[in-house]
Design a protein around this ligand. Structure first.
Ligand code: C5P
Length: 402
């Protein structure tokens, strides 16, 4: 990392003091740090303390004649190898997402041609607000990188997501990015270019008669988020989806189906693929009789409802002639999650099983805890939003197939 230069932008939040520790950790590794402090940031740390630690000039003012004579703000935004925003406040990210440029920090973020790593820090309600989520999504689309936030106690007394990543974690992220290990540093930023990824999502719906069906609570959110994350990394994505109430991600080939058998046919016709991700909550059974006429209440046909087993799509594709190089299954479990997942990995012959505990509000909810089970072991990820989990999974796929 030595001989690298970071442009650090310090936003206005209580976590700003951690930026000082970050500068020290970077200096120990021989990394030089130029710093911009926002007006709000100056309420928490002073240019004097920052400059004292970094040994470099600290910039605060967009319209400072002396700064502009030394180094214009455009040049400043391009002089570093990476721009790091610590703490990335809701306000600073909202400005960056909208392209506002009314102070030195936001102007620099708009003018830079370098990657930007944000370390968000805010109250949990602010973090969970749809406006913040939209801004994060926009910044991701613009190829921003994120470290944290983490779950924990907050300065405001609440508990939850929004606590800034520790300086050591931020340094690790910086090291990875500067070493090109995120696989995102290639110029095209499309590490999954030329890869075809086939994804199933949502529930299936198995008709009993023209008005009734068997189904489950799957919302499709996780599968759709994975499709979006893979598409954003350049993959050609085919998303075979059961009936859901969410909008299709842009840029993916959507195939809408209802039943498990339709889903299997759609998947088989979408092959060959490099990766198959089976996220759908496929109904294991379907009613034996599916009549064209509505079954009357007094009819005995439904008592008991006779069922036939549905095809196992994951198992069929994992064992098929056209098997994709990487086959990923999901295991939604309510108990003994890891053991069930390991058994499923062997039984279905897939390469990874993403296990999740659905005893809480995972199905239909916005957050997920994933355990990635492979033949080499299990890697448990902390609770995070389904979008973040999707992004992390997509990056793991990049490491494997790109
Ligand atoms: O056996 P179980 O339903 O728990 O396995 C879950 C995994 O298998 C998920 O990846 C799901 O998409 C897939 N599956 C399937 N076809 C079925 C049942 C499950 O593809 N009929």
């Amino acid at each position: 990392m030595s001989e690298k230069r970071i442009l650090l932008i310090i936003g206005g939040g209580i976590a700003a003091f951690k930026a000082l520790l970050l500068i020290r950790l970077l200096a120990k590794r021989g990394v030089k740090t130029s710093t911009v402090i926002t007006k709000a940031g100056e309420e928490f740390v002073t240019p004097l303390s920052v400059g004292g630690l970094s040994g470099e000039k600290v910039y605060t003012d967009l319209f400072s004649l002396s700064d502009e004579q030394e180094m214009g703000h455009i040049e400043l935004s391009r002089s570093a190898d990476l721009v790091v925003v610590v703490p990335a406040t809701a306000d600073l990210m909202a400005k960056a997402a909208r392209g506002l440029a009314n102070d030195l920090a936001s102007t620099t973020l708009l003018a830079t041609d370098k990657r930007v790593l944000y370390a968000p820090a805010m109250n949990v309600r602010m973090w969970e607000h749809p406006a913040t989520k939209r801004n994060i999504e926009t910044l991701r689309e613009n190829h921003a990188l994120f470290v944290g936030p983490e779950e924990g106690d907050m300065a405001c007394g609440e508990f939850g997501f929004g606590r800034m990543a520790e300086p050591e974690t931020i340094v690790e992220a910086i090291e990875k990015i500067l070493a090109g290990k995120t696989h995102l540093d290639d110029l095209a930023l499309k590490p999954l270019k030329d890869k075809h990824i086939l994804i199933t999502a949502g529930p299936t719906r198995e008709p009993i008669d023209p008005v009734r069906y068997l189904s489950n609570h799957s919302s499709g959110k996780q599968g759709y988020a994975i499709a979006r994350a893979c598409e954003r990394l350049g993959a050609k994505v085919t998303l075979v989806s059961g009936p859901v109430a969410i909008a299709p991600p842009s840029g993916v080939d959507m195939v809408q189906v209802e039943t498990a058998r339709e889903m299997l046919t759609a998947c088989e016709s979408a092959l060959p693929a490099d990766v198959f991700i089976s996220v759908a909550a496929v109904a294991d059974w379907r009613p034996k009789t599916n009549t064209d006429k509505k079954i009357k209440k007094d009819k005995q046909e439904l008592q008991p409802l006779a069922l036939s087993e549905n095809p196992d799509i994951l198992r069929t594709i994992a064992n098929g002639e056209n098997r994709p190089g990487l086959v990923i299954g999901f295991a939604a479990e309510t108990d003994n999650v890891l053991n069930h997942a390991k058994a499923k990995l062997a039984k279905k012959k897939c390469d990874w099983i993403v296990a999740n505990d659905v005893s809480g509000d995972v199905m239909g909810g916005d957050n997920n805890t994933m355990i990635i089970v492979t033949k080499d072991g299990a890697d448990e990820w902390s609770l995070m939003s389904k979008q973040d989990a999707a992004h992390k999974l997509a990056l793991k796929i990049v490491e494997t197939v790109a």
